[in-house]
Design a protein around this ligand. Structure first.
Ligand code: ADP
Ligand code: ASP
Ligand code: MG
Length: 457
C-alpha cells in the first residue's frame, strides 16, 4: 500500500481534481490510501466563518456560508455532470453544508465559540472535499471507499492543535484500512481531522494534512508516502519569496525535518517523524507536473553532505530575559524552561550570557502566560520586529569555511543570536524583519550560485 496526500491546490477545482484522479488512477496496482485536504482557501473561509459567528455577525456568517456551499455544490455538479451519482453527491454535499450552517448559526446566537465547536467547523472542509472526490472517483470507474479518518486518528484534547496518539492510531488503522479495501480499488480519507478517546472532533493544526498522511502511512506500514502539492518538490528556498530557487532531487529525513521546522511551509513540521519511525520514504511531488521525479526524502546514509536550503521564519518573537539574580543561581535556567514547557510554548533558538537569556519562538505561539510568569523574577523584553534565517544541510556545521560563506553576504546586516552546532545540519540567526527579503536572496545567491567546494574537517 502507498499513501497519496493531495493538498488544497491539488484539489482546488474541476481541472485540479480531474488531474488528481488521473494520477491516482495510474497507481491502483499499489493500493493507494488517498488523504485529501480541503479545497484551496476553504480552511481560511471556515476560520472566517468561525470568527464572524463568534462576533455575532449574522450577515457576514450567512454570506460566507452561502459562498462555501455554492463553491462545493457547483464543483460537484461540474465533476459529476455526466454521472448517475450526481444527485446523490449534491444531496450529500448539501447535508454537510446544512450541518455546518446549523453549528455556525448556533454559535452566532450565543456569540461564543468553544475550541470544541471551532474544531467541528474548520474540519468541514476536509469532509466536503473527500466526499466530492470519492463520488468523482467512483463516477470515473475507480471503486473508492470513503473512510472517516475519525475512526482511527486518535488525538489528545487540544482541540485545535491536537497531538496524535500514535499507539492508538497504529492499533486501529491497519484493520480498518484493510476492511475498507475489500472489493475496492482505492480508499479516500480526510487529512487534518482527528478525534479524542471520547469521540470529540479535533484538528491537527494548520497544514496538518501532511502529518495525517504520514501518521496513516506509519500505522499501515506503507511502502511510501507521497505528498502531492503545487511545486516540483522541495526547493532550496520558498519560491514565493526567493528568486532562482533550485529543485532538490533527494534530501535526508533530518534535513527535511529541520527545513520544515525552521519555516519551509512545503511540509508540516511534524510530517517526518512518523515516517522515520518505520523508515518509510517520503516523496514531494507536483500534481500539476505528475511526470516529474519530485523530491525523495530518505535515510540519512543515502544523502550527501552539503548545503540544501535557506529556510526562514518571517514572524518570530525574541524574548529577552534579564536577571541579575541569574549569576550563581543554578536553578535559573531550569525555572525558565519549565515555564516554557508548562505553557507548551516551543523554543527555537537560545543564547545565554551571564545575566541574560534570549530565546526565539514562532509568532503564533501564545506567550502571554510565559511572559507573566517570567516577569515575576526577571525583566522581560519582547522584540517582535525580527525574523529568523536558517541555513540547512547535512553536516554543514563540520564543513570548513561554512560560517564564513554564510556570513560573507551579510556584512552590512545586524545579526542577532547566532546558533550553530546544536545539530550538525543547521546554522540559524536572527535579523531585523525589514532586512529579511534582501538578506535571504543574497544568502541564497551566494550559497547556491557559487558552488565552490567546501571541505569536511
Ligand atoms: P498544499 O496545499 O499542497 O499542502 P502548501 O501551500 O502547504 O501546499 O505547500 C506548498 C508551498 O510551499 C509551495 O507552493 C511553496 O510556495 C511553499 N514552499 C515554502 N518553502 C518551500 C521549499 N523549500 N520548497 C518548496 N516549496 C516551498
Ligand atoms: N486544510 C487544512 C489547512 O488549510 C489542512 C491542510 O491543508 O493541510 O490548514
Ligand atoms: Mg500544506
Amino acid at each position: 500500500m502507498i499513501v497519496m496526500k493531495f493538498g488544497g491546490t491539488s484539489v482546488a477545482n474541476f481541472e485540479a481534481i480531474t488531474r488528481t484522479i488521473f494520477i491516482i488512477g495510474g497507481k491502483l496496482d499499489q493500493k493507494p490510501v488517498v488523504v485529501v485536504s480541503a479545497l484551496s482557501k476553504i480552511t481560511d473561509l471556515l476560520y472566517a466563518i468561525s470568527d464572524a459567528a463568534a462576533a455575532n455577525d449574522v450577515a457576514t456568517t450567512t454570506d460566507l456560508l452561502a459562498q462555501l456551499r455554492k463553491r462545493h455544490v457547483d464543483l460537484t455538479e461540474e465533476l459529476l455532470a455526466q454521472s448517475m451519482l450526481k444527485d446523490e453527491a449534491v444531496a450529500k454535499v448539501n447535508e454537510l453544508c446544512d450541518g455546518l450552517d446549523k453549528i455556525a448559526m448556533a454559535v452566532c446566537s450565543l456569540g461564543e465559540l468553544s475550541d470544541k465547536n471551532k474544531a467541528i467547523i474548520i474540519s468541514t472542509g476536509e469532509y466536503l472535499s473527500s466526499t466530492i472526490i470519492a463520488y468523482a472517483m467512483n463516477a470515473k470507474g475507480i471503486r473508492t471507499k470513503w473512510v472517516d479518518s475519525r475512526t482511527m486518528m486518535v488525538t489528545n484534547k487540544s482541540y485545535l492543535k491536537a497531538e496524535p496518539n500514535v499507539a492508538a492510531i497504529s492499533e486501529r488503522a491497519p484493520g480498518l484500512v484493510a476492511e475498507a479495501y475489500e472489493g475496492m480499488d482505492a480508499i479516500i480519507m480526510q487529512g487534518f481531522v482527528g478525534v479524542t478517546e471520547e469521540g470529540k472532533p479535533t484538528v491537527l493544526g494548520r497544514g496538518g494534512s501532511d502529518y495525517s498522511a504520514s501518521l496513516i502511512g506509519m500505522a499501515i506500514d506503507a511502502e511510501r508516502i507521497e505528498i502531492w502539492t503545487d511545486v516540483d518538490g522541495v526547493l532550496t528556498a520558498d519560491p514565493r519569496k526567493v528568486k532562482n530557487t533550485k529543485y532538490l532531487e533527494k534530501i535526508s529525513f533530518e534535513e527535511a525535518a529541520e527545513m520544515a521546522h525552521f519555516g519551509a511551509k512545503v511540509l508540516h513540521p511534524l510530517t517526518i517523524e512518523p515516517a522515520v519511525k518505520k523508515n518509510i520514504p517520503l516523496y514531494v511531488l507536483n500534481s500539476m507536473n505528475p511526470s516529474g521525479k519530485g523530491t525523495a526524502i530518505l535515510r540519512n546514509e543515502l544523502i550527501e553532505d552539503g548545503v540544501k536550503s535557506v529556510s526562514f521564519k518571517e514572524n518570530i518573537k525574541v524574548i529577552n530575559i534579564f536577571s541579575t539574580r541569574m549569576i550563581n543561581t543554578s536553578g535559573f535556567l531550569r525555572r525558565v524552561f519549565e515555564i516554557f514547557s508548562e505553557s507548551k510554548v516551543s523554543v527555537d533558538l537560545i543564547s545565554t550570557s551571564e545575566a541574560n537569556i534570549s530565546v526565539t519562538v514562532d509568532a503564533s505561539e501564545k506567550i502571554d502566560p510565559v511572559i507573566k510568569q517570567l516577569s515575576e523574577f526577571a525583566d522581560v523584553i519582547v522584540d517582535d520586529d525580527k525574523s529568523q534565517i536558517s541555513v540547512i544541510g547535512k553536516n554543514i556545521v563540520r564543513l570548513n569555511g561554512m560560517l564564513k560563506k554564510t556570513f560573507t553576504p551579510l556584512k552590512k546586516t545586524n545579526v542577532y543570536m547566532i546558533s550553530q552546532g546544536a545539530s550538525f545540519v543547521n546554522i540559524s540567526f536572527v535579523v531585523d524583519r525589514e532586512e529579511l527579503a534582501e538578506v535571504v536572496q543574497d544568502l541564497h545567491d551566494h550559497l547556491f550560485d557559487n558552488p565552490e567546494e567546501l571541505e569536511t574537517f
